[in-house]
Design a protein around this ligand. Structure first.
Ligand SMILES: C[S@@+](CC[C@H](N)C(=O)[O-])C[C@H]1O[C@@H](n2cnc3c(N)ncnc32)[C@H](O)[C@@H]1O
Length: 172
């Protein structure tokens, strides 16, 4: 958020950890930047809906891959609440079952697009095999027609889990 504020964005950051928010506030102050930070659990959908309107750009650096399957559904709803029909959403997450046996559980290869398929469409997906864990990077856009399209074809969201359906899916 501090980086985005430096680039001129009106930046808002959410973290469930007070320590993380305290560090972010200190960083923003050091650079005399205006960012707004909240100690909030992003899966608390009621609090999220009361606290925010919608944003043009949403960024997740390590939240989604930490959550339980039930919380991922709540996360998807929160994301819907804070986005508008053309919001961009950037996500990075660790892949499940990588070499490390500790840290966040990570995601299955098609989990993010499945969980978010009701409202979001994948524009770009990349996999990067780092020395410690494999990571997935996504650019998604909220798609105004997505909910309508899914209602008429309930299986259409599942197709999006097949990487071969993405012309720009690549392994880095
Ligand atoms: C890899 S860290 C990234 C921290 C920071 N966003 C950054 O870019 O430096 C992932 C963060 O997700 C936060 N997190 C995990 N579950 C969360 C939730 N349910 N709601 C909000 N934040 C959460 C953790 O507290 C942690 O600080």
């Amino acid at each position: 958020m501090v980086y985005l504020a430096e680039k001129g964005f009106d930046a808002f950051g959410v973290d469930v950890s007070k320590v993380a928010i305290r560090k972010a506030v200190a960083k923003a102050r050091e650079r005399s930047l205006r960012c707004t930070f909240y100690v909030l659990d992003f899966t608390q959908t009621q609090k999220i809906s009361k606290s925010f309107s919608t944003f043009d750009l949403l960024l997740d650096l390590g939240c989604f891959h930490s959550l339980s399957p039930q919380d991922r559904e709540k996360y998807a709803y929160s994301l819907e609440l804070v986005s508008h029909p053309s919001s961009l959403y950037l996500l990075w997450c660790f892949l499940r079952g990588s070499r490390w046996s500790y840290g966040p559980p990570g995601v299955n290869e098609d989990e993010a697009e499945r969980t978010l398929s009701k409202e979001f469409r994948v524009i770009e997906k990349r996999m990067l095999d780092t020395s410690f864990r494999e990571m997935l990077f996504y650019i998604m856009r909220r798609d105004a027609n997505r909910a309508k399209c899914l209602a008429s074809n309930p299986n259409s969201g599942i197709e999006s889990g097949d990487p071969s359906n993405f012309s720009n899916y690549s392994r880095g």
